[in-house]
Design a protein around this ligand. Sequence first.
Ligand code: ATP
Length: 458
Amino acid sequence: MDNKNISMDKIVNVCKTQGFVFQGSEIYGGFANTWDFGPVGVELKNNIKRAWWKRFVQEDPSTYGIDAAILMNPKVWEASGHVSSFGDPKMDCKKCKQRFRADTLIESFSNGEVAAEAMSNEELEKYIQDNHIVCPSCKGFDWTNIRKFNPMFKTTRGTLEDGADVVYLRPETCQGEYTNYLNVQRTTRAKVPFAIAQIGKSFRNEITPGNFLFRTIEFEQMELQKFCKEQESMDIYADYKSKALEFVQDLGLSKDKLRYHDHDKLAHYAKAACDIQYKFPIGWEELNGIHHRGVWDLSRHSEFSGKALDYQDPETNEKFIPNIIEYSIGADRLTLAILCEAYDEEQLENDTREVMHFHPAIAPYKVSVLPLVKKFHTEKAKEVYKMLSKEFMTSYDETGSIGKRYRRQDVIGTPYCITVDDNTINDGTVTIRDRDTMEQITLKLEDVVDYISKKIKF
Ligand code: ATP
């Protein structure tokens, strides 16, 4: 089945029934734009994060990881511009009173063709009027003017709220890299170009309806900031454009559902910007961003902190503020893209099967152990489970027919099922069934770990 026919509702439903993702605070009626990852969802997302880290940190000798605090000195957000000038352009529908982000309204309307985030408020309002963009909720066409809305969550530090200092939940992780750039450079003795990478939570007071995991108020970003000389910066920018695309294709997103979207209008400090868009069931939308940020971030932090953030070239002794190339992708948004891509309803001879064709490296369980007949094969199957669970996330299922058990593993994307039967007890062999081809082969028990290890490499 072509996944373009699969709706977001279908994906939400499969996620809920199979334990990938549940509505946040569900027993209280939910909490808008929050979702909780369930037993298989957390495995999937962790595996995606590990794959990203492996590709961009482990396999790149010039990239160093950090894990910075979520709460930062509030001056960071003055330097970044989030306190004063940043703010999402929001408008209210006068008819149904719902609030929307004007730029995302335009991006959805134009199917990702118009880069609305660089438009002025006047341009946004004019575009919405000229194109008669209606309220997604009630279909009315009666908008307020745009007002800026700061997306940062504010809280207070200290026991007394009165007079306590305001602190913010970070709306982006990258500030942790900027503020630690000298620490990392000094301790690793890195020479430009080098990058600092991080995976962590960010928080944004998103009001626009979220479309499941696509837009949530707390989400994880996987991102890196590459510090470099101006002369090499455009080549590094181009390099990350291709590396970012290659990564998501290697994880299984298909070529024809991915495209670059270069921004025509840029933030005043930026030299280039590009998104990679994915064709979600809701249309073409941003999956990740690659931005050439010039010297803006480090110059601002130098100005606001009073600390020199120059890099000194060890060969020429030249001092300069490095340029920054940023590559940032949402772990939750990528998990959603992977769920949409992997899900399939396959028509078999007498049956339809629901299956998640995950790349084996990111599948929640790598293998499932199934005793053929509970009464006779449970003991041996538990032994096999014990052995395999030391190596991989392994599931165990002894209830229902083998066919039903295969189906249960198919829909959570387990790439291999091992059946334990009389042969396992008598001559130490097992049957391994492949999720995608449904073909079975016989293997010696002692070869199973090696067989699966090779298959799940990324
Ligand atoms: P958008 O235009 O969709 O709001 P953005 O351009 O503000 O995104 P960035 O600040 O560049 O996004 O963040 C980098 C990545 O983080 C995005 O490409 C996306 O994958 C992810 N992301 C951003 N906001 C959210 C959110 N509210 N929920 C889930 N993921 C998000």
